[in-house]
Design a protein around this ligand. Structure first.
Ligand code: PLP
Length: 435
């Protein structure tokens, strides 16, 4: 069955036109504009479980899940109920409330590396604050980041490749002063020797090495054997802090985060996405002695008007309580396995070179004949073919991330029927790009 929805997405087309007269580029976050896949945005009317329903009435199997937060499925009754009853008591107090303590406890119980936590409103805020704290705690200015890792739109972290090798960074966005970007040192992902060389030259200036323990913003790129442990060793040797940006991987790849899977303990952890269950919640935390350097106990300032508001806390608590149920992550991983093996078989059947991988409810597909281990590999994938595949899938009722540089997400609400619908659509869509 093929359902070409292009011509029937008329209300979306109309809304996008209106939106372009109001919002910059018609969107509030750039990837939604669909430029990488040559496709105007589809406007969502509502979401339910594993599905999105657009304003023209089409239903899609959602493999984005709001970029991760929707891990228990959209509009889960327990989450909706928790948010509604919290809202009835006021949306935000700008003062302490019990639910902040409860969400913090849930998170700390899952992550032994975090003894104290600060809740914030976005992943960007979490990484920005973690770096400020690392700089304060070490009295150093530089940070090491990896090519192709995304940590939000923090000035010093919007830095990508210079000329490929590990060099001082060049800003990746207008408006980032070169003086900031110069404080960011770059290394290729999955290249322990490059980090070692970088640290032996600049180690005494480095406040932190910041890393996505599974890189999820250049597809799905797991750490190779020894990569994360080398970072741990190098940080210890040079007196730098190891910061795991688990904004994507936290509570998505495992209860707690990927640090519980890989067994490497960071000094600071950033969380976001899942911990708000769809509301704007993020966090950073670490040992008590480090975190006590944050205001009001220490000299590192950081604050937030809406931080810890009771409605967002309620969504986070309800979501994590479901995640904590026995077998949740095994169940989630089995869904990822069913989907990736179905996609792989569908691609193999028509001779499309595909790489797949998954951890918990995070998965990836890359149109590449070789495994993707770093940003160069990610750039070498067939992004034109992905754009075609994306449009073919959308027309067949599957909502993919609108870029070949993004990971995919499943929820506990993705039953066999939803996954098999996605696989059936992929069978037809791989044919469109088959050699
Ligand atoms: C999404 C993401 C961020 C940024 O989070 P926002 O809430 O969008 O600011 C930071 N780091 C990683 C690894 C992410 O995936």
């Amino acid at each position: 069955m093929t359902l070409d929805t292009t011509e029937t997405r008329t209300r979306s087309a109309d809304l996008f036109q209106q939106s372009c007269n109001v919002l910059v580029g018609g969107v509030n976050s750039p990837v939604r504009a669909g430029r990488a896949v040559g496709c105007d945005p589809v406007f969502v009317e509502r979401a339910d479980g594993a599905y999105l329903i657009d304003v023209d009435g089409h239903q899609y199997v959602d493999l984005v899940g709001s970029w991760g937060p929707a891990i228990v499925g959209h509009a889960h009754p327990k989450v909706v109920q928790a948010v509604q009853s919290a809202a009835a008591n006021g949306l935000s107090y700008g003062a302490c409330c019990e639910s902040e303590v409860r969400l913090g406890e849930l998170i700390l119980s899952a992550l032994p590396s975090m003894e104290r936590i600060r809740l914030v409103n976005s992943g960007t805020e979490a990484t920005m604050s973690a770096i400020r704290l690392a700089r304060a705690a070490t009295g150093r200015s530089h940070v090491v980041k990896f090519l192709g890792c995304y940590h939000g739109h923090v000035d010093a972290l919007l830095v990508a490749a210079g000329s490929g090798a590990a060099t001082f960074g060049e800003p990746d966005s207008a408006g980032v002063p070169a003086a900031y970007a110069e404080l960011t040192l770059l290394a290729p992902y999955n290249d322990p020797a490059a980090v070692e060389a970088l640290m032996s030259e600049h180690g005494s200036d480095v406040a932190a090495i910041l890393v996505e323990p599974i890189a999820g913003n250049m597809g799905f790129v797991p750490p190779g054997e020894g990569f994360l442990s080398t970072l741990r060793t190098l940080c210890d040797k040079h007196g730098a802090l190891l910061v795991f940006d688990e904004v994507m991987t936290g509570f998505r790849t495992a209860w707690g985060g990927y640090q519980n899977v890989c067994g490497i303990t960071p000094d600071l952890t950033c969380l976001g996405k899942v911990i708000g269950g769809g509301m704007p919640v993020a966090a950073y935390g670490g040992s008590r002695s480090l975190m006590e350097q944050v205001s009001p106990l220490g000299p590192t300032y950081q604050a937030g008007t809406l931080s810890g508001n009771p409605v967002a806390m309620a969504a986070g608590i309800a979501t994590l309580e479901i995640c904590r149920e026995n077998g949740f992550y095994e169940n989630l991983a089995s869904k990822s396995r069913r989907l990736t093996s179905g996609l792989q078989a569908a691609a193999d059947a028509v001779g499309v070179a595909l790489q797949t991988g998954h951890q918990g409810g995070l998965l990836g597909m890359a149109l590449s004949p070789r495994p993707v281990r770093n940003f160069d590999d990610a750039k070498a994938c067939d992004h034109d073919a992905f754009a075609q595949f994306y449009r073919a899938m959308l027309d067949r009722g599957v909502w993919l991330p609108p870029s070949g540089y993004e990971a995919m997400f499943v929820s506990i609400a993705h039953d066999d029927d939803a996954i098999d619908r996605a696989i059936d659509a992929a069978k037809a869509s791989f044919e469109v790009i088959a050699p």
